[in-house]
Write a protein that binds this ligand. Structure first.
Ligand SMILES: [Zn+2]
Length: 415
């Protein structure tokens, strides 16, 4: 025993004195060696994804409280997320999107009711497979689950409409486990203006929205500025006392005119605030040529279906659609996602960028090499090829978002 301790002591000395990981030059490796290194990093590092639309996929899949949930504990033929593929890709903490479609805003109470049922469904997923999934309400929870080999299911609410018109619901949803709220979704809501809506109801954040942001700071819910208009974005940054996130937004420079993505001015403002921007992988988010091509393909398909008297559901039509789309509008590649990460890094530094795939939320538009949660190592390998260090990768995977989350926790503890 004594010899063993002595050995451990010297072994740790040797490890401490060996060159730091940063000195590994990943750029000179072969693609095969680099993918192996990337896979090892993905497995050994906590990986947080800011936005996965699994709850809504499960809802669409026919979930009711009486019926069995869609079983993502095993490999599923469709969708982008399930347990085996998450394990392969090294994904440890996908934020479950508690997504409320803007159409619910028209019916008082419907947004909160849907949020409650999606939260229940997420909790039920963790409770049904306790050897695979666990709820997580803090970075500490994620670290603990990671040590046990469990996939954490932190929750973010996509669309502040869930709060309805009652400020007390902010604290209510914190108690229910929500750790970020995306202030708006597709259309303006009671909180503020949305990027996809040109109405400009308030010219930014509403008076109620200002109170919501302050209350989120107070109770410890991260402010998520994906989906909001530029004016709402600026207003929220001016009010928040803590760093914010964009849970699934990409760089507007690559998609001119697409306000859903972030302009350089907003990226710089967010970095100044200490926040983190988590890059969306969706084809139309990362490549405007793909988005434009998609619109042309859709137009052609509509005409073709009419000419041939077929519906989108006919198998002959489906085969034609996928062939035609592949030939006329090829998917972007994983390199394109790396371009977005590069842009943020070059503009404001490595400390302000993360991953917010939007898996299960962007349909069949994902880049080649990044089609589902098993393929994260391909992205890491591409970043290593571009000279990113292991430390850089760790920041992108979890350290940056943990920094924001902990600052939000600390502020709330003192409030
Ligand atoms: Zn979204």
């Amino acid at each position: 025993m004594k010899n063993f301790l002595l050995f451990s002591f010297f072994a740790s000395l040797i490890i401490a004195c060996s060159p730091a990981e940063e000195t590994i030059d990943y750029t000179t490796m072969t693609d095969e060696e680099r993918l192996k290194a990337a896979t090892e990093i993905a497995q050994s590092t906590i990986m947080v994804d800011g936005h996965v639309d699994l709850p809504y996929r499960m809802k669409v899949g026919g979930f009711t409280l009486q019926r069995e949930i869609l079983d993502v504990s095993v490999r599923t033929p469709d969708g982008n997320f399930d347990y085996p593929r998450a394990k392969e890709g090294g994904l440890d903490a996908p934020f479950m999107s508690i997504y409320i479609p803007a159409s619910n805003q028209k019916i008082p109470g419907a947004s909160k009711a849907l949020a409650d049922s999606l939260i229940l469904m997420t909790e039920r997923l963790a409770a049904t497979f306790p050897d695979k999934f666990a709820m997580a309400y803090s970075p500490a929870d994620i670290e603990e689950n990671f040590a046990k080999g469990l996939i954490s299911l932190p929750m973010g609410m996509e669309n502040g409409a869930g709060i309805e018109d009652d400020l007390a619901n902010v604290e209510y949803f914190h108690k229910r486990g929500i750790r970020y709220i995306t202030l708006t979704h597709g259309t303006d809501n009671l909180i503020g203006d949305a990027s996809y809506d040109t109405t400009g109801t308030y010219g930014g954040l509403s008076e109620f929205g200002e109170k919501v942001v302050a209350e989120m700071n107070r109770v410890g819910i991260m402010v998520d500025l994906s989906h909001v208009s530029d004016n709402t974005f600026r207003d929220a940054l001016a009010i928040t006392k803590v760093p914010v996130i964009a849970s699934h937004s990409s760089v507007r420079k690559f998609t001119p005119g697409f306000e859903r993505n972030m302009s350089d001015e907003l990226i710089q403002a967010m970095a100044k605030n200490g926040g983190v921007m988590m890059i969306n992988f969706g084809g139309s988010f990362i490549d405007s040529a793909y988005a434009a091509g998609g619109a042309k393909v859709r137009e052609h398909i509509v005409n073709w279906l009419a000419e041939n008297n077929l519906s989108r559901r006919d198998s002959a039509a489906q085969a034609y659609i996928s062939e035609y789309a592949a030939a006329n509008n090829p998917f972007p590649t994983v390199q394109k996602v790396a371009d977005h990460i590069d842009h943020v890094k070059n503009l404001v530094g490595i400390d302000y960028v993360g991953l917010g795939s939007d898996f299960d939320g962007v349909g069949d538009s994902l880049p080649t090499g990044l089609k589902d949660v098993s393929m994260f190592p391909n992205l890491i390998a591409e970043l290593l090829k571009r000279g990113y260090s292991k430390e850089d990768i760790e920041k992108i995977c979890y350290k940056n978002v943990f920094r924001v989350w902990k600052a939000v926790e600390d502020f709330a503890a003192k409030s």
